[in-house]
Design a protein around this ligand. Structure first.
Ligand SMILES: CC(C)(COP(=O)(O)OP(=O)(O)OC[C@H]1O[C@@H](n2cnc3c(N)ncnc32)[C@H](O)[C@@H]1OP(=O)(O)O)[C@@H](O)C(=O)NCCC(=O)NCCS
Length: 227
């Protein structure tokens, strides 16, 4: 395949990016049958609530889970576009609610025929590293294989939480492809605060002088949902 080889050669080495761009390595993973799930004791006060048209709640959760990891894809969509997606009969979006607080996001997309994409998956920063991710993954697998699918797949990128890739592999997903993604830095477009994800410094034309010194912001507590 001479053409493929020349593309691969051009990719080797370093590639400078224009200021204002971010880049990430994306790993694609899949499983083709339902794995055995780790048995976990029942957890009182733990529930999944389906989100169909609650766009404000979805957006708040998306930000709480993803802001530290520069999740931006859902920030640009309109309410109508978001409702069309999460309200679609072949999409299941859930808020993980723990003791009345929205604490995680799970979105399963069954629109690819015979398959399911784990489209969004994560817990709020306060819940990371406490077993909540494993419990949520058990639910993701159960719900994905409740429909007759032959493949459950996901992608994660190097901007995501560093636990994500090994966590997915321990969950039974097998990596099969890697890609490079380049995008506009969402902080420079105003979609996320300049202080978000300080582990990835902002490099680019900042709009205001004040904005030149992005600092980590104190974390806002997640609002307790009225019961
Ligand atoms: C990726 C992510 C879900 C991983 O979750 P996590 O919090 O690191 O993982 P957990 O603490 O739930 O589980 C890790 C392991 O510790 C165990 N564990 C840790 N604390 C535990 C506790 N208090 N009780 C029971 N088990 C515990 C879990 O059982 C699990 O073991 P296993 O994998 O061998 O089954 C989480 O980091 C996250 O949501 N990150 C932010 C968003 C993100 O990056 N998402 C991925 C995008 S693709």
């Amino acid at each position: 395949m001479p053409r493929q080889r020349s593309i691969a050669l051009k990719l080797n080495g370093y590639t400078d990016l224009p200021l204002g761009k971010i880049a990430t390595i994306v790993t694609y993973l899949e499983m083709r049958e339902r794995p055995r799930l780790k048995r976990l004791p029942a957890q009182p006060g733990w529930a999944l609530e389906r989100l169909r048209d609650e766009t404000a709640r979805y957006r708040a959760l998306f930000r709480s889970v993803g802001e530290d990891w520069l999740w931006f894809s859902r920030l640009h969509v309109t309410d109508a576009q978001l409702t069309a997606t999460i309200g679609h009969p072949d999409v299941e979006a859930y808020a993980l609610v723990i003791d009345g607080r929205d604490s995680g996001l799970l979105e399963l997309d069954f629109r690819p025929e015979g398959e399911c994409e784990l489209a969004y998956f994560g817990v709020v920063p306060e819940a990371v590293g406490r077993g909540t991710g494993r419990r949520l993954m058990n639910e993701a697998v159960r719900r994905a294989f409740r429909r007759p699918i032959g493949r459950f797949f996901v992608h994660t990128c190097s901007l995501d939480h560093p636990n994500a890739l090994p966590f997915y592999m321990r969950s039974g997903f097998t990596p099969y492809k890697r890609a490079i993604e380049v995008a506009d830095d969402p902080r420079l477009r105003g979609a996320l605060p300049l202080g978000a994800a300080p582990q990835v410094p902002v490099l680019g034309p900042l709009q205001t002088t004040k904005a030149r010194q992005p600092v980590a912001r104190p974390r806002k507590p997640i609002a307790k949902r009225p019961s």
